[in-house]
Write a protein that binds this ligand. Sequence first.
Ligand code: RNT
Ligand code: ZN
Length: 420
Amino acid sequence: MDYKDRYKLAKEAYASLGINTDEAIEKMKVIPVSLHCWQGDDVTGFDHDGPLTGGIQTTGNYPGKARTPEELMQDMDQALRLMPGKKKLNLHASYAIFEQGEFADRDQLEPKHFAKWVSFAKERDMGIDFNPTFFSHDRVKDGLTLSSPDEETRKFWIAHGRACIRISEYFAKETGIPCVMNIWTGDGYKDIPADRLGPRMRYKDSIEQILAEPFDKKLVKPCVESKVFGIGVESYTAGSAEFTLSFAASHKGCLPLMDNGHYHPTEMVSDKIPALLCFYPEIALHITRPVRWDSDHVVLYDDETREMAKEIVRNDALGRVHMALDYFDAGINRVCAWVVGFRSWQKALLNALCTPNAMLKELQDTNQMTKLMMVQEEIKTYPFGEVWAEYCRQCNVPAGMEWFDEMTKYEEEILSKRGK
Ligand code: RNT
Ligand code: ZN
């Protein structure tokens, strides 16, 4: 039996549940997922030599890390060749590309510093999302940026945010695709603060000043990302969940962004997605895999990943949820990390599209909970792998683990030849 026959059988199995797998595959091809540039170089960027700060950490020292824009683009291209589906490029401001001898500090960044990324994205038919970088910089004062009590520091970072709005609009105009611009800071305190309100009031005022920069709301979608704690900032985070949710709720056009590594371990973002969809026209996600803490492990096709995708698909919210990956593992081949994470989220979305959602809802609404449990369990062993393989074939990417052979070759020929 060849793959065509196997897919035909799988298609029939799903058809018996009322699911058209051909349609699911077609839908998948146009759903954009944002691919984070920072997996390729351990969140280093090109505008500073200092360490990664802001309460986030990469661990591991696997060889072959991209050291220049050219290397990062080359690696990303290699990863892109092995991933099905529609991609968007997710950049951080620290990935500005300067000409020889040129430099602009974060408050002075201009669209021209990202022109090479625009060409890269356009040539690959990708939109661009953007993130101001409020970390890994000597103007982070005592661990604070937008919430700093030092007015000069705060002004500098507000200017950075405003510059990033202008750059985001430039991305949207150049690519013809709206740019999601996410504001996250690691602002917080290691030990118990005496004033929990002051930093938040300053943070609120700072984001308001950033959003006062004129921009077309159809082109730039600003978001605020919350966090429960960071390494070295365990006791207090200015941008907590309540803070960012309330900020987004009270500022029209500002979206809440949930990163599923940023909550207490038993809190589930899959459950938060429909809660927010009741109130917000659009929301944004950072998809990651927290292992005991916000460890940013590579996304896998695991239970919570599948559950998050289901909440987006079955609530008909694919057009309302902006999806971006956010993980960084320096302990394994970084290009493979990109590929595994992206493919995992693609699998989760396709699986959600191959789930008999209407039928399951009906069982719930008619209180047939025993049957609901039974069906949810039985469909787990339906031949999803054949649908996934067919989707990959249609996207001209390897369907199975043969993609690793290509990566092994790339590692031998390119990555292993790079110095530190
Ligand atoms: C940090 C946040 C943030 C960063 C990126 C690099 O905890 O998740 O989104 O990971 O901006
Ligand atoms: Zn994040």
